[in-house]
Design a protein around this ligand. Structure first.
Ligand code: NAP
Length: 243
């Protein structure tokens, strides 16, 4: 039971990697504050997860809403030991065709959302002089990707915030790391054409897409005390896609 007694706030916890992570963390003894803006998906997930999965409808891009919801989580569950900034969206297009709204919308969730919720949670961690913050980046945040100006900017920004916060919060006993997944089977990638999947698989040394549980296991390691001397890092979990 690597997470016994730990309360873990996961954003985007109703689907994909967030869902797999919540399930895995519960198996290891954690209580989950499951945050998502998809209320129906949260309710569906709850049926599978049981009593340790507490639902909080939250849009991470809304600064004040996030602050209020974090207060409620603290009042319900007493503390937040681990924050996983996992919620994310894509709105892909070539730069010349990318509407301003689509640029802003992706930054609002993937970058500003991470700022909003971390700013709301971290004072409680500072008070307790302990905590772990994990951020969802992506291999494309390091290496770039055609058609993803908005998404890449957000995921590169997340790496910058991860390193900054690792330095800023270390004196409070708070570790901050990011995960950079490769190409993972989730609802986010479910509409990618088979042709593109085949191409990505051919470029990946392990020769296949990753499973959500494989990313969840990496988050679990970084969240646990086994990673007590790791901070400010970006862990690639990508089947060797970028080596
Ligand atoms: P996913 O299946 O689409 O799950 C993301 C969850 O976040 C969904 O439940 C989504 O709700 C929710 N969400 C979106 N916007 C939100 C908001 N404003 N406030 C609260 N919740 C919100 O995606 P995933 O593939 O598991 O991705 C999880 C994270 O890993 C993302 O940050 C993603 O960028 C990153 N990542 C994924 C891959 C991959 O290949 N899948 C690769 C690299 C990085 P809706 O379903 O209603 O949109």
């Amino acid at each position: 039971m690597r997470m016994k007694g730990k309360t873990v706030l996961i954003t985007g916890a109703a689907s994909g990697i967030g869902f797999a992570m919540a399930k895995r963390f519960i198996e290891e003894g954690a209580v989950i504050a499951a945050c998502d803006y998809n209320e129906e998906a949260l309710e569906r997930a709850k049926k599978e997860m049981g009593d340790f999965y507490h639902l909080y409808k939250m849009d991470v891009s809304k600064h004040d809403e996030v602050k209020e919801m974090v207060k409620k989580i603290i009042s319900d569950l007493d503390k937040i030991d681990v924050l996983v900034n996992n919620a994310g969206v894509t709105k892909d297009n070539f730069l010349v065709k990318m509407p301003e709204n689509d640029f802003d919308a992706v930054i609002a969730v993937n970058l500003k959302g991470v700022y909003n919720i971390t700013k709301a949670v971290v004072p409680y961690m500072m008070e307790r002089k302990s905590g772990v913050i994990l951020n969802a980046s992506s291999v494309v945040g390091i290496y770039g990707n055609i058609g993803q100006t908005n998404y890449v900017a957000s995921k590169a920004g997340v790496i910058g915030m991860t390193k900054t916060w690792a330095k800023e919060f270390a004196r409070y006993g708070i570790r901050v790391n990011a995960i950079a997944p490769g190409f993972i089977k989730t609802p986010m990638t479910s509409k990618v054409p088979q042709k593109v999947i085949d191409h990505m698989n051919s470029k990946t040394p392990l020769g296949r897409m990753g499973e959500a549980i494989e990313i969840a296991n990496a988050y679990l390691f970084l969240a646990s005390d086994e990673a007590s001397y790791i901070t400010g890092q970006v862990l690639g979990v990508d089947g060797g896609l970028v080596v």
